[in-house]
Design a protein around this ligand. Structure first.
Ligand SMILES: [Zn+2]
Ligand SMILES: [Zn+2]
Ligand SMILES: [Zn+2]
Length: 142
């Protein structure tokens, strides 16, 4: 990806930290947690502090440059956003495989929120469980 162009396209300032984060993430197609990401960012840009990276991750997610999923035991995972349009991910507790879900629960809730005058600014949607492969495996063990 052309990192500078993607940042500018979203009216984001091109900073060394953002370049480093996106460079690290663009090297893999899998979700990576913030701590591992931070370690790799340090290799590209020594001296970066964790809170700066964390803050930038938030910004990049809000600008649709990154996908984020939360795990039930805490610790968010990030990757470069490759899907078009609004979507969510579910993650398998067994193998860590992720599946893209086109459905958004906000579509059904939005009207109810409007009724009570609540304006949602952002949301997360999390489902935990096992993928088909892991489910079959555990069934076989019984
Ligand atoms: Zn995604
Ligand atoms: Zn699995
Ligand atoms: Zn949604």
């Amino acid at each position: 990806m052309d990192i500078d162009r993607e940042l500018k396209k979203r009216q984001l300032k091109v900073t060394p930290q953002r370049q480093a984060i996106l460079k690290v993430l663009s090297q893999s197609d899998a979700f990576i947690n913030a701590q591992n990401l931070y370690t790799k960012v340090l290799e590209v840009l020594p001296g970066t502090n964790f809170s700066t990276v964390y803050r930038n991750l938030d910004t990049l997610v809000s600008k649709d440059l990154l996908c984020r999923i939360s795990r039930e035991n805490g610790g968010d995972l990030y990757k470069i956003r490759s899907e078009e349009g609004h979507h969510h991910h579910v993650i398998c507790k067994g193998c860590g495989a992720t599946i893209v879900i086109e459905f958004c629960p906000m579509d059904t809730i939005r009207e109810k929120l409007e009724d009570v005058g609540f304006v949602p600014t952002d949301h997360r949607f999390e489902i935990y469980g096992y993928c088909k492969k892991c489910k079959d495996k555990s069934m076989g063990n019984i």
